[in-house]
Design a protein around this ligand. Sequence first.
Ligand code: ARG
Length: 463
Amino acid sequence: MSDSSSNAMWGGRFAAGPDAIMEAINASIGFDKRLAAQDIAGSRAHAAMLAAQGILRDSDAEAIREGLLTVLSEIESGSFQFSTALEDIHMNVESRLKEIVGEPAGRLHTARSRNDQVATDFRLWVRDQIDAAIGGVEALIRALLVQAEAGADWVMPGFTHLQTAQPVTWGHHMMAYVEMFSRDLSRFKDARVRMNESPLGAAALAGTSFPINRHMTAEALGFDRPMANSLDAVSARDFALEFLGAASICAMHLSRFAEELVIWSSAQFRFVTLSDRFSTGSSIMPQKKNPDAAELIRAKIGRIFGANVALMMVMKGLPLAYSKDMQEDKEQVFDAADNLMLALAAMEGMVKDMSANRPQLAAAAGSGFSTATDLADWLVRVLDMPFRDAHHVTGSLVALAEEKGCDLPDLTLEDMKSVHDAITEEVFGVLGVDNSVASRMSYGGTAPEQVRAQVARWKEVLG
Ligand code: ARG
């Protein structure tokens, strides 16, 4: 086979071109074209550095940098012809650059390898996604704060085991998610700090004999510093795993909230009404309004966590430094990032639009003997009963109410006295749900005053 059919980048060593199946398994251009902007930014920084260090003529560096902008605009406008034979984004860009600027294009790859190139491109891409995730989570938190502030004193049932436990406030429930998502926020921010180091200039694995300036390229690309070990620089993918880890936990939080919205919007609960804009109808059952967005958000964790596991598996057995296995890092991360952003935006939209059904929440808050703990606490406080005894007396009162088919506040004083004769009229004061939530003034408790203080704190934090 002639030289012309072998690869232009390494044809010197090869007599024959690849088998079609080899080309198919080897090519990544189908997906890594998404790294085009990062690839070109990295190459422009590299060319400028090579010129500043006297490794490349200024005129060549200028031609390369200008030519790369032309390539970028072709890609952005959709006129660029991607080629599978050219394997990946790096070779597609360089090959087109050669057509545009000629001989100088061949000098761009001095003191560089695709190994540090792809590591740099991917880091830049993931960094952008981290920033987008931070923005998305912040927007969701703001939407939750609006709900929490409006409903700081709206009572609703709090659940454990999905059984009515004690009354809480709508605002308190919303603020629980604010806390969860704020930890996601800090995980993304934390990951960003750790990952913001430049692999560029690590070359294939050992560094280079050319007098490059890695600090210059690191700074040009917004990295805090160059990575300190060239082997590590080309083979580390923990930055992507940290992003996927943070994304998985965030998706899990989204999924839990989505699950609540699915339950709450059902005809049996009717705690919330989701807007038409975030619901769908049924093609056969005219009464249906389905919470599809919530259901899909609930499901997204599957692919996001799947990506996390998949990349872990890709990386776990790899000796240093680069192995082609690592090409399998991208699709997973792309898919996870796309779906996380979509889920965050959809949840923000749903939260902004949803309306709590206050009367229904209040009715549910008062049913299911939700103030039984308040009654037991009253027996302890006023009658000086040990809590275990109070629990027992309250249990008997709940059984009595159940037998009579009423709630605790509907029992008469005589009913109460039939169980324990020291109980007085005053007990009815603690059986109301509003009193119940207002009394839970412990730090972090559900009292409206506590909720409002937390809302104010978060508003200040977010600015
Ligand atoms: N497409 C490759 C990847 O995504 C680029 C790096 C190729 N390096 C190599 N030594 N073949 O990992």
